[in-house]
Design a protein around this ligand. Structure first.
Ligand code: PEP
Length: 245
């Protein structure tokens, strides 16, 4: 049985994807502490930081109201899988969220929808909240095709507990965000394909100027922030602007 997480009355969610940054633990601690101090009085937004795996255990004990996420996980809980990090290990460390299927992993690690599907299930099974990154609704159809026929009817259920991040490829790391109107249309289309209660985040060149519109005008539950999350002051502004939305 897959564990189903509750998202009713969920706060706005802002997820920082640090990707492969910064290059030292000292900088990682500095960045984390600056964000922690900057957002400490904001209660209506859940802030999640996803540092590289190697920093997780070192900054997790500095915990405040900030939650932690990983940038990936494997689909088995343990075993002979050299180099992999399992959902159980993340859960044991106090991690709550895990980004799965980011476009950079699809591109540089050749991650396929079938692998991504297994990762989502493994994460949900252990009680992590997977953040599934997609750039078009057809990826959801492909994910549906990647499981065996007898699993298909369960797939919609499998997404319960998952969070979707709509991240159009052209907007990631380019400084060219998706228009609020187009993002809104995609959000509605994704909800129709899955279920209406699934939280959907927007990601792609979010900054402190545009953050609020994706939540207020386009109706997203929150944001997945890459580049701007490495600048503490900019990231804090994003959180504050969304808190006012
Ligand atoms: C991302 O990589 O998930 C992302 C949204 O990056 P950026 O904010 O830099 O476009």
């Amino acid at each position: 049985m897959l564990r189903i997480c509750e998202f009713t009355n969920m706060k706005k969610l802002i997820v920082a994807n640090w990707k492969c940054n910064p290059t030292t633990l000292k900088e990682a601690k500095l960045l984390f502490n600056s964000v922690k101090n900057g957002v400490k009085n904001i209660k209506n937004v859940e802030v999640v930081i996803c540092p590289p795996f190697i920093y997780l255990s070192n900054i997790q004990h500095l915990k405040s109201d900030i939650q932690f996420g990983a940038q990936d996980c494997f689909w088995e809980q343990n075993g002979a899988f050299t180099g992999e990090i399992s959902p159980s290990m993340l859960k044991d460390l106090g991690v709550d969220y895990v980004i799965i299927g980011h476009s950079e992993r699809r591109k540089y690690q050749q991650e396929k929808d079938s692998m991504i599907n297994k990762k989502i299930k493994a994460a949900l099974k252990i009680g992590l909240k997977p953040i599934l990154c997609i750039d078009k609704t057809s990826q959801i159809r492909k994910l549906q095709r990647s499981v065996k026929m007898n699993e298909v009817h369960r797939l919609k259920k499998d997404f319960w507990g998952a969070i979707i991040a709509y991240e159009p490829l052209f907007a990631i790391g380019t400084g060219k965000p998706c228009s609020v109107d187009k993002a809104k249309k995609m959000r509605i289309a994704i909800k129709k394909k899955l279920n209406k209660n699934i939280p959907i985040l927007y990601g792609g060149s979010v900054d402190s100027q545009n953050a609020r519109d994706y939540v207020k005008k386009a109706g997203f539950q929150g944001l997945l922030v890459g580049g701007a999350s490495l600048n503490a002051q900019e990231f804090i502004k994003i959180v504050k602007n969304v808190a006012k939305a």
